[in-house]
Design a binder for this molecule. Structure first.
Ligand SMILES: Nc1nc2c(c(=O)[nH]1)N[C@H]1C(S)=C(S)[C@@H](COP(=O)(O)O)O[C@H]1N2
Ligand SMILES: [Mo]
Length: 230
């Protein structure tokens, strides 16, 4: 008898999907990045010097391969995705700190995508080992559906923290400059999967029930918009 392949147990409230659908807040289904080839990552906010990081700069860092499950807050999970890219901590230490010089205490980080989507994470969360700026998925360059040319990958956080088409990082002392992509109750400042931080105000078990019926229609809408993209 051969042993069964190991299957990582899913976190509370999650269900496995066989595919990895294009997904997000409905408003962004029809929005696409303008630049899908060339990486340009602006760094600003409360910094000494606005800076733009290029793909060439990132390529000087060690390339990291990361196999991870992806957990959308609406309860679907895609298992065993193989990302490739650069550890955010290395990008931070090697480029962000020396070039942009975020001011002391500017540790509320806003991440923006070319499509206008945005999220936030505390700097301490972003510096974790498993946070990547990925430019490849499953042995191929990242496609438009999944975040070309560069996306954040934060596997311990719900999917909405993993901003696609990442174009700008901002360092601020607090959340004054941040407007969430969706409704405020949907946005948790950390959104850690293990502690089921799906959103604020409402408990995880309630948000599961609220979100689950939205999965089917949202997947279809995002797929249709991608097909009609010109
Ligand atoms: N730029 C951008 N990033 C985004 C989104 C988006 O609409 N635009 N949706 C978020 C949500 S809610 C999820 S679940 C994941 C989905 O990633 P995927 O489309 O690669 O499956 O991307 C996140 N990052
Ligand atoms: Mo999501």
């Amino acid at each position: 008898m051969s042993p069964a392949p190991p299957i990582s147990p899913l976190p509370p409230g999650q269900r496995a999907r066989p595919d990895f659908p294009r997904f997000g807040v409905t408003r962004f289904a029809q929005r696409f990045p303008r630049e899908v080839e060339r990486i340009a990552l602006d760094v600003g906010g409360d910094v000494a010097q606005e800076t733009c990081l290029s793909g060439e700069m990132l390529q000087t860092l060690p390339r990291i391969e990361l196999k991870a499950d992806f957990h959308c807050v609406t309860t679907w999970s895609a298992q065993g995705l193989r990302w490739s890219g650069f550890r955010y901590r290395e990008v931070h230490d090697r480029f962000v700190v020396p070039l942009a010089q975020p001011r002391a205490g500017a540790e509320f980080v806003i991440l923006r995508g070319q499509d206008g989507a945005r999220t936030s994470l505390p700097l301490t969360d972003l510096l974790a080992d498993d946070i990547l700026l990925a430019d490849r998925l499953d042995d191929a360059p990242l496609n438009v559906a999944h975040g070309a040319p560069l996306r954040l990958v934060a596997p311990a956080h719900y999917g909405y923290k993993s901003v696609k088409h990442l174009s700008r990082l901002e360092f601020w002392p607090d959340d004054r400059h941040f407007r969430p992509s969706g409704f405020r109750f949907m946005d948790h400042p950390r959104a850690r999967v293990a502690s089921e931080e799906r959103g604020r105000i409402f408990p995880g078990w309630l948000l599961r029930r609220l979100y689950r019926p939205l999965i089917g229609p949202t997947v279809r809408r995002f797929a249709q918009a991608l097909k009609e993209r010109r």
